[in-house]
Design a protein around this ligand. Structure first.
Ligand SMILES: Cc1cc2nc3c(=O)[nH]c(=O)nc-3n(C[C@H](O)[C@H](O)[C@H](O)COP(=O)(O)OP(=O)(O)OC[C@H]3O[C@@H](n4cnc5c(N)ncnc54)[C@H](O)[C@@H]3O)c2cc1C
Length: 337
């Protein structure tokens, strides 16, 4: 374990923002992170735990230590008649985990295929896509509690998952380092193909009774077609969350904007933020080297050489415009550093 100075983070964030960390360390085992804790690293110095860097926007050089979680390994801890319990180390690539499960016929994660990032970050915003969320097949996770220096396990309930949310983003923000995540996977998979784009894709593939492998293929195909690849166009996926508003407010809004795109939710109505941004005229627009993707208005992009502040300024202009046109306040999904 080596502490490096002035380390470039350009290749370690999917926006490809060219910034440096004052100090940088790669973690290859839980023992290494415990050693850092014992040395007092998480008490005094400013620090950032980094996974795949696909849900952050660096707005300047990082004046502290970036701790890159790169611990690897997956093991079945136990199984019963219905489920396999798979423990995955934090540094595993998320999509490798999904592929591993699908290859073995264990169901539950296939709708989340090709989401960038590492397994350890996946519970933080309860990643979701194509009608599924991580919390649907999450069992528990292991953390290092920076306050007490102790390791402990946290249950599903303790994580307080909701739409792109968990306890790690609010109540216990920055308290824990996630070391491993355990998933509860179906031995007899039940595919979930309710999401319209997914069922359409399966129909185009001429698949009438899809397996989890078909679902994975369909999701990968849609994502490759619709989302910009960060290796070619820097981005962090959806920049904003889809806002959830009350039914009463929605009815009024729909009178004014009859074409509004929405999804029914238990606690209200979820509005497609991409539709709002597009309708307000932002799709494809540029501000310096930052821009709004020309096909996906929810995705902000780095056209090459953009600074984090440029991207942030664009995001702030969009937020102000959506508030002005629709009276809705957008929340960012991406972590601003
Ligand atoms: C092209 C593209 C498509 C995307 N599509 C989706 C999608 O469909 N659905 C979706 O939900 N998300 C999507 N995302 C967002 C992103 O992939 C997820 O949020 C992912 O889980 C982030 O993982 P990461 O390892 O890159 O996290 P990072 O960006 O490295 O970190 C995110 C946050 O988690 C913290 N963190 C990271 N690891 C740990 C750890 N081990 N312990 C404690 N804190 C930690 C970081 O400090 C930071 O605050 C997309 C991103 C891109 C670029």
């Amino acid at each position: 374990m080596q502490l490096l100075d002035n380390y470039s983070l350009e290749k370690l964030n999917s926006f490809k923002i060219d910034v440096k960390a004052r100090k940088f360390v790669t973690i290859k085992s839980n023992e290494e992170i415990i050693r850092l804790q014992e040395k007092g690293m998480f008490g005094k110095d400013r620090h950032l735990i980094l996974g795949g860097g696909s849900n952050l926007l660096f707005t300047s050089d990082y004046d502290g230590t970036v701790v890159h979680m790169d611990t690897r390994g997956m093991e079945v801890t136990h199984s019963d008649d219905d489920y396999v319990y798979l423990r995955v180390m934090a540094g595993e690539e998320w999509d490798d985990v999904v592929g591993y499960c699908v290859e073995r016929g264990w169901g539950g994660l296939e709708n989340l295929s090709l989401i960038p990032g590492r397994a350890g970050s996946s519970p933080i915003q309860n990643i979701g896509a194509y009608g599924a969320e991580l919390s649907d097949h999450f069992h528990s996770l292991e953390v290092l509690d920076k306050n007490t220096g102790k390791l402990r396990e946290m249950s599903h309930e303790e994580c307080s998952f909701s739409y792109r949310e968990s306890v790690f983003k609010h109540k216990e923000k920055d308290r824990y380092i996630i070391l491993s995540v355990t998933f509860r996977l179906d031995k007899v998979p039940r595919v979930c193909t309710d999401y319209l784009a997914l069922s359409d894709e399966l129909e185009d593939m001429c698949v009438s009774s899809p397996s989890i492998s078909d679902v994975r293929k369909a999701v990968i195909s849609i994502r490759r077609r619709k989302l910009p690849d960060p290796d070619f166009l820097g981005n962090a996926g959806s920049f904003f969350k889809n806002p959830v508003i009350s039914r009463k407010r929605f009815i009024k809004l729909r009178e004014e904007f009859p074409g509004i795109k929405f999804f029914e939710e238990a606690g209200g109505v979820k509005i497609a933020a991409g539709w709002l941004i597009e309708k307000a005229g932002w799709k494809g627009r540029r501000l310096g080297k930052a821009g709004v993707h020309r096909h996906q208005a929810l995705v902000l992009v780095n056209h090459g050489g953009a600074t984090g502040s440029e991207v942030l300024r664009l995001a702030e202009d969009i937020r102000a415009s959506i508030l002005d046109v629709f009276g809705i306040e957008l929340q960012t999904e991406v972590n601003i550093i």
